[in-house]
Design a binder for this molecule. Structure first.
Ligand code: HEC
Length: 97
């Protein structure tokens, strides 16, 4: 029974310190900056397309984040560092379709 009590208990108080070594959490940045248009954490289409399972290359995604698309998506090249953009890319890649 995968959704039973034991699963909940094992999730409860454990704090993941390693996730805080850096200040970059792809999912959090995505929720804050991208989720408005790429809905459900990028899993569904909104104003912007669904990103989960995208066939686009890493280069394409990084360029799109940096430069945006005039009239459609703002450019984030000035808002995020290179490593922050990498973390967002990793988050997009981690999405289940
Ligand atoms: C104001 C709404 C908006 C915001 C905010 C936004 N996007 Fe977009 N995004 C779009 C739209 C609209 C498109 C489709 C553009 C087009 O026509 O190619 C798009 C396209 C993309 C694509 C290319 C998808 C594809 O396969 O063509 C990626 C990757 C992407 N966005 C990532 C992001 C990320 C990451 C963020 C946050 C840093 C973000 N977007 C924030 C509206 C937005």
């Amino acid at each position: 029974m995968p959704f039973g009590l034991s699963a909940q208990q094992s999730q409860a108080p454990k704090q993941d310190q390693s996730a805080r070594e850096t200040d970059i959490e792809g999912g959090t940045m995505f929720a804050t900056s991208c989720g408005f248009c790429h809905e459900n954490g990028g899993r569904a289409a909104g104003k912007g397309p669904k990103l989960a399972g995208t066939a686009r290359s890493d280069d394409f995604i990084v360029e799109r984040i940096k430069k945006g698309k005039p009239g459609a998506m703002p450019a984030f090249g000035g808002a995020f560092s290179e490593s922050q953009i990498m973390a967002i890319l990793a988050y997009i890649r981690s999405l289940e379709e």
